[in-house]
Design a protein around this ligand. Structure first.
Ligand code: ADP
Length: 490
């Protein structure tokens, strides 16, 4: 592979290109009209305009992306995450055009792209699954019988779901039918597939996922877990590795289960197997994501493995250069996703201009971002500005570094999740590692955030006052003719 086109934008396009360059591989960026001056375009060796800003007219147009690769002579396409990364038709088209798709094969993408097909595929492998049904359901009466069997609360989920969309918690039989209809129409409009199914709603789960790597020669390893329980709208905001609660024995069992999931679909490349872990340390398979995950840096930091480099090597047909026994966890990493969202207003998008943008720096601080000062955050795409990741020997030290990095990170012009990140890092439950996916609901409120800020302002004012009082005598001007005055004249 000599030249890779990255079919993506923002931080992930830059992150992939960095590794490609380090491996001596040329890079091609694609961009929409609104991204003309984006850092990923400037960083690449070559860049091709795809079309207008909406992704349906640019980043999602398969033929345009493939044409860009052919016209620049790229022999590999890396899809990043989102956009076309889990689209098996795209992977096929890329391969048919004689270009290497840096990702798994069609079967793996298709199987794992449907939550129901995924459950079906892993059945034979003895993987624990959330109690529920493993087929699409449309009949409300049948749903009531099943829900009764499983026991309320239950969760209605879209088979084609992603990004936390198409999920509905149902507490009792009398609202089941109505919620089911809503879920079906939501799934139809969001994913073009109205298949929904029912799962037991696990009361206090943690979201623990396992990173896997597989080559074409039958080798599959896992690179331990990522803890992703701090979520809003079923979507992750803070991640860390390793998890504060996994024992080596549980880690091994979950790792083995993840390897089996990868084997069930002949997986190739980097993938993530997601599980829920309940209060009694039972874990259940949720789904597999057949791409590089947003939160992959925390794994890279604790294992010292460059996941993008491994993806490229596997796509080139190389064998994994390490075995499970070669892999060890070293230190601790924490990631905060910096979204252009207002934590004081229900995490709604806060699109605008990065009037001031000062990056934190220092040892153990990794910032994967895709914007520069003065740039607008476009409304057309995911509102993530950056991923701030810190690494240290221990969890408390990594948290401490994150606090400092958040304080050093200056963003003016729009609201971001930075203050929320600070809130999390200072929260006693997070510090103790005692939390689940309901962290935001249980502990967070805009008032709590404001209170923290107010307490800090008061503390700052008190320190300033004390300093002023201490300095006051030194600052007073000596009266004319006094000894002090005479001294100062000499
Ligand atoms: P998506 O593909 O939309 O991301 P997932 O199945 O990965 O959906 O679930 C996203 C999040 O939703 C999980 O991390 C968890 O917080 C919550 N969730 C999913 N299934 C369940 C369940 N059965 N019980 C409780 N929470 C769940």
């Amino acid at each position: 592979m000599h030249k890779i086109l990255v079919a993506n934008r923002g931080e992930i396009a830059l992150r992939v290109m960095r590794t490609a360059k380090a491996m001596g591989i040329s890079t091609v960026a694609v961009y929409s009209e609104v991204d003309r001056n984006a850092p990923h375009v400037r960083f690449a060796d070559e860049a091709v305009l795809l079309g207008p800003a909406p992704s349906s007219e640019s980043y999602l147009v398969m033929d345009k992306v493939i044409e860009a690769a052919l016209s620049t002579g790229a022999d590999g396409i890396h899809p990043g995450y989102g956009f076309l990364s889990e689209n098996s038709a795209f992977a096929n088209k890329v391969t048919a055009a004689g270009i290497t798709f840096i990702g798994p094969g069609q079967r793996a993408i298709e199987t794992m792209g449907s939550k129901l097909a995924a459950k079906e595929a892993v059945k034979a492998y003895d993987i624990p699954m959330v109690p529920g049904i493993d087929e699409a359901i449309t009949d409300p009466d049948k749903a009531k019988v099943i829900a009764q069997d499983i026991g309320y609360p239950i969760l209605i989920k879209a088979s084609a779901g992603g990004g936390g969309k198409g999920m509905r918690v149902v507490d009792s039989a009398d609202v089941l039918e109505e919620q089911m209809q809503r879920a079906i129409s939501e799934a139809e409009s969001a994913f073009g597939d109205g298949s929904v199914f029912i799962e037991k709603y696990i009361a206090s789960p943690r979201h623990i996922e396992i990173q896997v790597l597989a080559d074409r020669h039958g080798n599959v390893v896992h690179l331990f877990e990522r803890e992703c329980s701090i979520q809003r709208r079923h979507q992750k905001v803070v991640e860390e590795a390793p998890s504060a609660v996994l024992t080596p024995e549980l880690r091994e069992r979950m790792g083995d289960a993840a390897i089996k999931v990868a084997q069930s679909c002949d997986y190739e490349g980097a993938g993530t197997v997601e599980f829920l872990l309940d209060e009694n340390n039972n874990f259940y398979f949720l789904e597999m994501n057949t791409r590089l995950q947003v939160e992959h840096p925390v794994t890279e930091l604790i294992t010292d493995v460059d996941l993008v480099a491994e993806q490229i090597k596997v796509a080139r047909g190389e064998k994994l250069s390490f075995t499970q026994d070669d892999l060890n966890i070293k230190g601790h990493a924490v990631e905060l996703r910096i979204y252009a969202e207002d934590p004081l207003n229900d995490f709604l998008p806060s699109i605008g201009n990065l009037e001031t943008y000062i990056r934190p720096q220092g040892e153990g601080v990794r910032l994967d971002d895709g914007y520069d000062e003065g740039m607008d955050i476009p409304i057309y795409y995911d509102p993530m500005i950056a991923k701030l990741v810190t690494y240290a020997d221990t969890r408390p030290a990594a948290i401490q570094k994150m606090k400092k990095a958040i304080a050093d990170y200056k963003i003016v012009g729009l609201q971001t999740t930075l203050p929320f990140g600070k809130f999390v890092m200072e929260n006693e439950h997070f510090i103790k590692g005692k939390f689940d996916t309901h962290f935001v609901k249980n502990y967070y409120s805009p008032e709590a955030l404001l209170e923290g800020q107010k307490a800090e302002e008061i503390l700052a004012a008190e320190i300033a006052l004390k300093y002023y009082q201490e300095q006051k005598s030194k600052l007073s001007v000596p009266t004319e003719g006094s000894d002090e005055w005479l001294q100062s004249r000499i």
